[in-house]
Structure formats: C-alpha cells, structure tokens
Design a protein around this ligand. Structure first.
Ligand code: PLP
Length: 391
C-alpha cells in the first residue's frame, strides 16, 4: 500500500512515545520516577467539571457552531482584551478548536503553503516542524542554546529571513525549556517581523504559568501592526489541567480567523460541545479559576526550585533557571551520549523517565517535567545522581 507524501514525511510525537513506554513499564510493575509528563498532575477544578456535567444534563450534546459556542467565543474575546491586552479583540476573531495543538496546525494551514518558509527557534515544541511540513511548507530552524537563555535574537531572525519566509513561531513560556522572553525581547523580535511583513504564531499556551514574579506579554498587544500579523494560540489544557478535554483557542486577525474557521468547519467541526460549556465556567468564575491556578502555581514553584537545586548539585549537569511552564531542560552533553541514548539508559538502568532533547531539535539536553509529586522528584533526583556518578 502506498502512503501519501505527507504521511511518509511525518514522524510520531516523541513525547507521547516516552509516555507510552513509561506506562508500559509501570503496568509491568516497575517503580518509575517519571519526569516525562507534558501535563499538570492536578485534577481539573471541580467547578469546571460541574459546569460540563450540567451541560450534559441539559442536553448540550449536539453539534455547535464550528468556530465555537458563541458565549465562549465572547468570553474569550474579553479575555484576549483584558488579560492579553489585545484591545481590538472581538468574538469573530476567536476560534475554539479541539486543542491548542490543533489551533497551531490551523494557524499554519491557513497562512503557509508549498515552498513557504517558517522560522522555528530550537529548542522547539516537537510538533511545529511536523505541522509546517504537513502544510507543504519548509521549517527553518534557528538554534538558541542555553548560552543565550534558549532565546532567539532579532539578529538571528534577520539572518535567516528570505523572500520565501512567511511566518515566525515564538513559544513563551517555552516547552521544552521553560524559558521566558521579556517584553523588550519580544518587541525587538516583533519589529523584525513587522519590517519583513511576516506572520507571527505566538504560542501562549503557558501564559499563566510564570514564576519569580514575572508576568505575561502578548505580542499582539504591542501595536496595531503587531496585531494585524499575529495569531495568538492558547487553550485550557495547561492552565486548568484540562489536557484530556481537548480544547484550544486562538485569536487571529479577522480574515485569518475566517479562513481558519472554514478549515475547521471542513475538518474537525466544533470542539466537543459540553466541554466548551465547562470551559466557559473557568472564564465566568475568575475567583474560583484564580484560586485553582494559584494552588497549582505554588506547588509547581516549590517543585521547580527543588528540581533545579537537585540538578545543579549533580556533576556534569548544567541547568538554566527556567521561569515559566513546568519544565527544566538540563544540558547533559558532558556525558558524551546522544540524548536518546542518555534517556534510554536512564530509564532502563535507573528507572527514571525523561524526554530526550532530540525531538525538540536539541540533542545536548533532556526535558524534565516537574508536574509530578515532591516525593517522585526526590526519588528521581537520587537515582539520577547515582546514574551520573557512574560515568
Ligand atoms: C501542551 C502544548 C500545547 C497544546 O496542548 P493542547 O492539549 O493541544 O491544548 C501547545 N503548545 C505547546 C508548546 C504545548 O506544550
């Protein structure tokens, strides 16, 4: 049987692959210290679940408008205005999709085509290059290692822009590095994007997960010119521990949002109807939402510092102090192993699960998620220390 060029060209998500292997080992009775998870370990807040249950009971179980339930799109427009600072945001520029991941794909499909180039800073979230390829476009990877805080510079962008360049992808706070761009850094990148009349896909899925007193900046809020070319991706997965609900959002300039709505209407149709009604509660009850978020942030921050201290106490490992999301991305190059081999040996020999950096375009690193319990962090650090001492 013949497969399509798209199918032949795509690799499966390596983060989900690690997850599957770890679940297999756990099912066979192994005691694994898992740092692989790409999702919060908290349950979805009860008031959101209650709202979804109520929606089910009310029969909100049918197709909805394909771009999203109108009440949710309106509430999201208000959130894009008040939280993200995109003053002009209105409901018809907002799309609700089956996941932030799908929002990213829709954004790329609506703006990039065969031969177009999309600039993706590495380390990057695993799915961006694959999505770009599925659109027939060409990923242009720009390296931003720990020596530059995992952040790409305006000069680096300038150096790779050609007349085929169509879009730049920025993800702050970042998965896998946890790195955060300052407002000034973002403004400098946006200036280059405007100068060359490019699109910006700003993946802001971790927009509420900041530490060390930092807070979020949305490029689309910088100016009218910035808003006109920025697609701001968000979602409920990371903020409200709703990964399994499959609910993403985006804000885009009206013509782009319209095109995205058409693509969605012909592919996924609407995101799950009662899930959208549950998510609406998160926006309509900001006090409950804030309380749930703060509880999670306090735990994440404690674990972040615990893991960071532990990692930096291990000879040969160098870890940047990440200030967002829930990941650390230590440099393991001093051990002389490819990240796949390092992670595989660590899992099989020391029963510690991490995600190799190779899938993120950064083979000198591995990703550890601290969306896990304090006791697993403690246990995992001990095992990692022993493993590294064996080199
Ligand atoms: C988790 C994640 C998403 C989207 O997740 P969904 O569950 O599809 O909403 C998007 N971008 C990044 C960088 C992520 O880590």
């Amino acid at each position: 049987m013949k497969l399509s060029p798209w199918a032949k060209n795509i690799s499966p998500s390596p983060t989900l692959a690690v997850d599957a292997r770890v679940k297999e080992l756990i099912a066979s009775g192994e005691d694994i210290a898992g740092f692989g998870a790409g999702e919060p370990d908290f349950d979805t807040p009860a008031f959101i679940k209650d709202a979804a249950k109520e929606a089910l009971d009310q029969g909100k179980t049918k197709y909805a408008a394909s771009s999203g339930v109108p009440a949710l799109r309106s509430a999201l427009a208000e959130k894009y205005r008040s939280f993200n600072g995109i003053e002009s945001a209105v409901a018809n520029e907002v799309i609700v999709s089956p996941g932030g991941k799908y929002s990213c794909y829709l954004a790329i499909l609506a703006t990039c085509g065969p031969g177009d180039e999309v600039i993706i800073p590495a380390p990057y979230w695993v799915s961006y290059p694959e999505m770009v390829k599925l659109a027939g476009a060409v990923p242009k990877i720009v390296e931003a290692g720990d020596d530059q805080g995992f952040k790409v510079t305006p000069e680096q962008l300038e150096a790779v822009i050609t007349d085929r360049t169509r879009m730049v992808v920025i993800n702050s706070p970042s998965n896998p590095t946890g790195a955060v761009y300052s407002r000034e850094e973002l403004e400098a990148l946006v200036a280059v994007i405007i100068k060359h009349d490019l699109y910006l896909m700003s993946d802001e899925i971790y927009e509420y997960l900041y530490y060390d007193g930092l807070s979020h900046s949305s490029p689309a809020s910088f100016s009218k010119e910035a808003a006109e070319r920025t697609i701001t991706v968000g979602g409920f997965s990371k903020t409200f521990s709703m990964t399994g609900w499959r609910l993403g959002t985006l804000h885009a300039p009206a013509p782009v949002a319209k095109a995205i709505g058409s693509i969605q209407s012909q592919t996924s149709s609407n995101a799950t109807t009662f899930a959208q009604w549950g998510a609406l509660a998160a926006l309509e009850k900001p006090d409950l939402a804030r309380a749930a978020l703060d509880e999670m942030l306090i735990a994440f921050d404690r674990r972040r510092l615990m893991l960071l201290d532990g990692l930096n106490g291990i000879d040969g490992i160098k870890t940047l102090r990440a200030q967002g999301a829930f990941y650390l991305f230590p440099n393991i190059s001093s051990f002389g192993l490819a990240s796949n081999d390092f992670a595989a040996r660590l899992l099989e020999e020391a029963k510690v699960a991490v995600v190799p950096g190779s899938g993120f375009g950064a083979d000198d690193y591995v990703r550890l998620s601290y969306a896990t319990s304090d006791s697993i962090i403690e246990k995992g650090l001990g095992r990692l220390r022993d493993f590294c001492a064996g080199f």
